[in-house]
Design a protein around this ligand. Structure first.
Ligand code: NAD
Length: 268
């Protein structure tokens, strides 16, 4: 039977890449999905179903979804998207903090002595502050509602990166922003363990999305990446989405505060 039946989820950055794959997978597993992104569709030129917005595709496949325009750096947008989950589906069980940027990709490579202060601040806002705000407003709702039938009050899945653990070339603000995601995950998990809210992170290796395409050409070759991910080369968004299901399901009944590495053996 579906593993997320009757759960209500918010997935940020749902219009492309990992977020889209997670939203689609959650819907397949029976979750209702509030898709939250700056715009409903990224319309990636090389995606097979690029003309269909994520929430529309879910509805077409017989699932339940809605789109709420959300800037994850805005507290008022967070209040609105949590409220939308409650108004539309009655509660909120799962939050996936996935939206993120690798702004370095848009500029020449920068080491710390050449990194713009402005770039640092933007990366921290979108990748780190967003996770604080998401936890703040989602947990407020999770504490206010009756627990899920499992006895748990909620599941939070933060998308960090292997860069939080090992660093990476010429992207200090990105690595630090993901380090903050992994350490906040541990801290929030501790505070809400007695309330039975699970808080975990996933640290993906290189996944073939738009961020990946922008950075790969600059940093490395595809052959190099094949070698560094000994299990099957760089990943697909679905590889991360499948693991994100586990962390939002009862299969994670005794799991909280972790940063799970999902990287085809990159850090092995
Ligand atoms: P992507 O660019 O395909 O998708 C990111 C999505 O986030 C986009 O739809 C974008 O519109 C949205 N977004 C950006 N800023 C936003 C904001 N302020 N408010 C709301 N939405 C916003 O990238 P992706 O590769 O799917 O990345 C998703 C997450 O996975 C990011 O947190 C990224 O750091 C992380 N990650 C990616 C990789 C990889 O190799 N692709 C590896 C490790 C971690």
């Amino acid at each position: 039977s579906p593993r997320l039946e009757d759960k209500v989820s918010i997935v940020t950055g749902s219009s492309s890449g990992l977020g889209r794959a997670i939203a689609l997978r959650y819907a397949e597993e029976g979750a209702k999905v509030v898709c939250a992104d700056l715009k409903p569709s990224a319309r990636l030129p090389d995606s097979e179903d690029n003309n269909i917005e994520t929430h529309e595709l879910i509805i077409q496949n017989g699932g339940k979804a809605t789109f709420v325009r959300t800037d994850v750096t805005s507290a008022s947008d967070w209040k609105a998207v949590v409220q939308a989950a409650v108004t539309e589906y009655g509660r909120l069980d799962i939050l996936v903090n996935n939206a993120g940027v690798g702004l370095e990709a848009l500029r020449p490579p920068a080491q710390v002595h050449t990194t713009d202060e402005d770039l640092w601040d933007k990366t921290m806002m979108v990748n780190s502050k967003s996770v604080f705000l998401g936890c703040k407003y989602a947990i407020g709702q999770m504490l206010a509602q009756a627990p899920h039938q499992s006895g748990d009050r909620g599941w939070i899945v933060n998308i960090s990166s292997i860069m939080a653990l090992i660093g990476g070339p010429s992207n200090p603000s990105y690595c630090a922003s993901k380090g903050a995601v992994s350490s906040l995950t541990r801290q929030v998990a501790l505070d809400y363990a007695s309330s039975r809210i699970h808080v975990n992170a996933i640290c993906p290796g290189y996944i073939q999305t738009s961020i990946f395409k922008e950075t790969t050409a600059r940093e490395t070759t595809i052959e190099d990446l094949q070698r560094k991910h000994p299990f099957n080369g760089p990943g697909k968004p679905e590889d991360v989405a499948r693991f994100a299901v586990v962390l939002a399901s009862e299969d994670a009944c005794w799991v909280t505060g972790t940063s799970m590495v999902v990287d085809g053996g990159y850090t092995a």
